[in-house]
Design a protein around this ligand. Structure first.
Ligand code: ATP
Ligand code: MG
Length: 279
């Protein structure tokens, strides 16, 4: 078996009509992958995604198997246990379906620079990280090389047609809204998230990962405030540490001390537990 595609965190094996996706313990920040592993992190990431896929099971998704003993024989190895999924390989919809409930990240940057969000003129005044009156759908073109490009809803509609556009938008807003609501019980804020969809024959289904800290920005309600850009829960410790270094955020990555790695793992564990309690 040879890895077909290596993301920053996950490894993908192409099995023809299926994909085997395994979450490693690699960690990245500012798009740079560190040499050190956060042992156990991949299991937590996989668990978070599976918890959500299961919670939203009425929405069709790509999951076929999550249990080691049900994987194809060659993948029944300890190294894959609890961190891997066997999925239907789909024809990917090459747009990231982003939903934002708060104005942060690239959306705040666009708003500050151009007075628009997702190319739409905004008359209200917003502080950074402020909650939006309604969650908004801000799609982006999936770019395998380089950065994803934000496009307007109209642009997406003209590219994929109204029917598919509405399905992508409505599914995305529905999942975000329900998840945001659920997470409140554990003092968590789902700032924004990104969904991917694909076609299983003619049927539109959810693919990739669902509501993980890699595809979403989770904040803690306790430390939430506007006017600043709180990093997502899982990245906070790493970011704080990296800020103490004289590092230009380009490779090579600096070495990570053991206590930072342990704290990062602990945060992942805490996040997984809090999400689990909500569902
Ligand atoms: N069921 C599926 N069918 C087809 N493609 C899929 C399916 N599920 C996920 N994918 C694709 O597999 C790839 C998984 O890669 P992965 O997310 O690990 O790395 P990446 O998106 O390139 O980078 P990053 O590490 O920033 O996420 C993505 O391109 C995703 O769109
Ligand atoms: Mg990805």
């Amino acid at each position: 078996m040879q890895i077909t595609y290596k993301g920053k965190v996950r490894d993908v094996y192409d099995l023809g009509d299926k994909l085997f996706i395994t979450s490693s313990d690699r960690i990245s920040a500012f798009d740079v992958v560190f040499d050190e592993l956060v042992t156990g992190k991949g299991i937590l990431l996989n668990s978070i995604s599976n918890l959500w896929f299961n919670y939203f099971k009425e929405i069709p998704n790509h999951i076929l198997e999550t249990v080691l003993s049900n994987f194809p024989k060659e993948f029944q190895k300890e190294e894959f246990r609890d961190r891997s999924i066997l999925v239907k390989k789909c024809k990917r919809v090459d747009y990231e379906c982003v939903v934002r409930g708060y104005i942060s990240g690239s959306a705040f940057k666009e708003y500050k620079e151009h007075g628009t969000i997702a190319k739409k003129k905004i008359s209200e005044a917003y502080k950074e990280s402020e909650k939006l009156p309604e969650p908004i759908f801000t799609p982006a073109v999936k770019n395998d090389t380089g950065h994803d490009e934000n496009i307007s809803e109209e642009e997406l509609k003209s590219r994929v047609g109204e029917e598919l556009f509405l399905k992508l938008k409505n599914y995305s807003l529905e999942i975000y809204t329900k998840a945001h609501d659920k997470l409140k019980n554990q003092g968590l804020i789902l700032c924004d998230t990104k969904f991917e969809f694909g076609f299983d024959n003619e049927k539109l289904i959810l693919i990739d990962e669902l509501l993980t800290p890699d595809s979403s920005r989770y904040w803690d309600m306790d430390s939430y405030q506007t006017g600043i850009s709180p990093p997502s829960l899982d990245k906070q410790i790493l970011r704080n540490y990296l800020e103490t270094l004289d590092w230009n955020k380009n490779p090579p990555a600096p070495k990570l001390p053991l206590d930072i790695i342990e704290k990062v793992l602990h945060k992942y564990k805490e996040l997984q537990e809090r999400i689990k309690k909500c569902l």
